[in-house]
Every structure is written in C-alpha cells, then in structure tokens.
Design a protein around this ligand. Structure first.
Ligand code: ADP
Ligand code: MG
Length: 212
C-alpha cells in the first residue's frame, strides 16, 4: 500500500470527480429542486467541466497547483453558493499542500481540514445546519482519526463518513443557504451540497485505491 499520493493521483481524482458529477447531474438537480432552485447539479457539472479543460490547457506541476487551478475555475465559472464555497475549499487545501510533490496521510488531513475550515469561514455554517459542512466535518474527523493509516485507507474512511453525513442531513431543518427559506419544509430531503461533497471525497478515495 503506497504511503504517499502524487500529482497523478490528484489529476485522476479531479477527472473522476468531473465524471461522477456529470453522471449525478440530474440527481443533484432533483435534490436541489426539492429544497432549493434546482441548479446544484448544473453548477457542479459546469464548474468541473471548465476546471478540467483548464487543467488540460495549463498542466499543473504539483497537486497543490492542480487544486489551486480548480479553485480559480470554480470561483469564476460557478455562480450561486456552491462556487465560492468549493472555490474557497480547493484554494485553502492548495495552500495547505504548498509545493509538496508527495502527499502523506498527515498532508491529506491538513488539506481536508483546511478545506472544511475555509467553507466555514466563508459560509458560517455550523454542523447540523443542513449544508455541505455536515459531510465535510465527519469526513475531517474520520481522517484525523485515521492519520496513522495509508492515504488510501484514510480517504476511504473520510468518504464513508461524508456519505453517512450526507444521508444524515435528510431529517434536518436547514438553517443556512437557500433551503433555509423553506424552514420546517426543508426536512425530509437530503442536502445537495452534502451529496456533492460525498461524491468528491469518494472520487478521491477511488483514485487513491487505483494508485496503490
Ligand atoms: P445556490 O444555493 O446558490 O443555488 P447551489 O445550489 O449550487 O447554490 O448550492 C447549494 C448548496 O450549497 C447547499 O446544498 C449547501 O450544501 C451549500 N450551502 C449553501 N449555503 C451554505 C453555507 N452558508 N455554508 C455551507 N454550505 C452552504
Ligand atoms: Mg441551487
């Protein structure tokens, strides 16, 4: 089992993310139709399509540079709440990685925590507000608890925690973002951003499993 992940992993992760977001475009639209404005699937698909095109055009030299490029694409191409939030997440993760070429489990934990902290700094959501933070926070907790494990194992546990966190948003009443306008009527539906977060982290774990 590999003890570090590299640029090839980062690029594979981002390509898998683009593919899984394209596949889940309608599913994310339907989740957002129930408690928002039915654009989350379109926002994420458009953002990652643009991000992947940019990575082809200007190939990055390190994993951090790849994440920074994605951050810039998401911030410029995705409107709504999710663009700036994911843009901040990718930018903070890029900063945490710096110019490292090989990422060990500690580096991955630091990047995941920085991403989550960036989303909180930008959106001010707390756990239980029915946002993407409800997927990110358990993922970061699981990653921190798995820091002695290989990167692939750590990412698998983080992805599992994000998937459980996304499912656990279903009964919650939204207190942040567009869904909060619905009040009690937001209960009974999964938060779309928590679902896209779970998809992104599962793609990271799948790319790590394929690399090792
Ligand atoms: P918009 O709400 O502007 O239409 P999207 O539909 O693309 O944008 O994204 C909605 C998702 O953004 C929500 O499902 C939620 O997970 C996330 N979100 C919204 N506001 C916040 C916030 N303040 N903090 C964290 N996440 C948020
Ligand atoms: Mg929306």
């Amino acid at each position: 089992m590999a003890q570090t992940l590299d640029l090839a992993w980062a690029l594979d992760w981002l390509r898998r993310s683009g593919a899984v977001l394209a596949e889940n475009r309608m599913a994310l639209i339907e989740l957002d139709r129930a408690i928002g404005d039915a654009d989350h699937g379109e926002n994420m698909d458009r953002g990652f399509t643009a991000a992947l095109a940019k990575l082809e055009e200007q190939p990055p030299a390190t994993p951090g540079a790849a994440l920074k490029s994605v951050a810039m694409s998401l911030m410029s191409k995705v409107g709504g709440a999710a663009g700036p939030l994911y843009g901040t997440a990718f930018l903070r993760a890029a900063t945490a990685l710096g110019d490292a070429e090989e990422l060990d489990s500690e580096a991955l934990v630091a990047a995941l925590a920085a991403a989550r902290d960036g989303i909180v700094a930008r959106g001010k959501a707390e756990p239980g507000d029915k946002t993407m933070i409800d997927a990110w926070t358990p993922a970061v907790d699981a990653a921190q608890a798995a820091v002695g494990e290989s990167p692939a194992e750590l990412l698998d546990r983080a992805a599992k925690a994000a998937e459980e966190g996304a499912a656990a948003t279903e009964p919650l009443v939204a207190r942040k973002g567009r869904a909060s306008y619905l009040g009690e009527r937001s209960a009974g539906h999964r938060d779309p951003g928590s679902q896209s977060t779970a998809l992104l982290l599962r793609a990271a774990a799948d790319a790590a499993a394929a690399a090792s």
